[in-house]
Design a protein around this ligand. Sequence first.
Ligand SMILES: OC[C@H]1O[C@](O)(CO)[C@@H](O)[C@@H]1O
Length: 502
Amino acid sequence: MAGGGMPSAGSVKNYPGNFTSKVLSTCIIAATGGLIFGYDLGISGGVTSMDPFLEKFFPEVYKKEISTKPSDDQYCKFDSQVLTLFTSSLYLAALFSATVAAKITRACGRKMTMMFGGLLFAGGAVLNGFAENIAMLISVPIYLSEIAPFKYRGAMNIMFQMSITIGIFVANLLNYFSAKIKAGWGWRLSLGGAVVPGLIIFFSSFFLSDTPNSLLERDKFDEARVLLKEIRGVDNVDEEFNDLCAASEASKLVKSPWRDISKRKYRPQLSFAVLIPFCQQFTGMNVFVFYAPVLFKSMGFGNNASLMSSVITSIINALATVVSIICVDKFGRRTLFLEGGLQMLLCQIVMTGLIAYKFGTSGNPGELPMWFSILVVAFMCIYIAAYAWSWGPLGWLVPSEIFPLEVRSAAQCITVSVNMFCTFVLAQIFTAMLCQLKFGFFIFFACCVVAMSIFIYMFLPETKGVPIEEMTIVWKKHPYWRKFLPTDEDQDCEMAKKGRSL
Ligand SMILES: OC[C@H]1O[C@](O)(CO)[C@@H](O)[C@@H]1O
């Protein structure tokens, strides 16, 4: 049932339009929304490995860390549910704000939501609050997918993930330098530094226009047509405009997107809205993003070496995302998912072998040779590169492009909530899992990667090169999902019923 087929040429519309500088600059500005999220993702791991921070807030963990001798079990050195709560709680808070943000983005438009989120975040950073950036995760991927010409939608959307990875890199770099501050207040600088990305997105959102879809959602027809002409760089936008209007009309008939989304006809998309973020998190990537410094320290690296290794892995993460931008509209989403899955699996197997060989089940590696540290970091980098051109960016791209307008914001909200929930769970249980499963920890994620790759191979239709408003075609052609879609007669009947009840 491998459902990878592209809709045949001719079955998909080819709207006229150019790749304008307006679209490019708008997408770059919108994508900066990811900086904030990336900064959050990257900052906590380094901070939790800084001794002055541990000593102040987690004295028990600090005592355990300094009293652990090289001959003790290294797997359990940082095992503390309170320590992991510091990182995981950010995602729990984010989970709660996801539902509110979906309402805001539908009512106020994508642009206002981004502006509001940036400002809140900048303010929140001063108070060291992190939850607000969720508005970005809901509005930016949809914004990018809606505004991009369909042939470049993948690349434009992945700019969001690109800026997330830049945020992670900046956070790691800052951690590296702030840990060197002798007086021990470097962790304050790291946590407070979040104000900068917040202000960047707030000020840059003044230069954003809304998307035509979002204007139509709020009945601004003339503005939407003018904007569409401007961003496509041609006058002849009638066909696309009419389709957008039709989609918007259909969307207005839906009074409760939350109830509608559970209808049978949205089952294919809903399955992906839930399973894509779920699988994305169960690749195990965030274990490295959050806890790389802790992991490196557990493996006997010194303070500086641990933070430096995280800087290296975050550079690889950002660079490999560029590969995805270049390839996604050429080779398609499925190819990247499947290649990335295979590469991650191979690395996980090698890392399991290496760690099992040196640390065994006792967690006592003795003296660690240089070749071992180099190999571990190298395979971690290859693994991270694989994630960075597959599940990382596609985890935002695919959900944002498969939903019809009427339920798009609600669906993105589900995607973000599932993502945050899984991020929370994994961030919370990481140190306990490592302590209990030892090197088997990597085997767990390897099994998850096998399962998710099979799932993608069997069930994900290719969405490259299909205009977002034409997406139903890919489901109608899929051997499994097509049975969930209404026939044309069903649709006429539903429209008639809705028309009567108005
Ligand atoms: O770059 C890695 C990061 O990217 C994400 O997948 C978000 O898209 C995070 O969950 C992860 O920390």
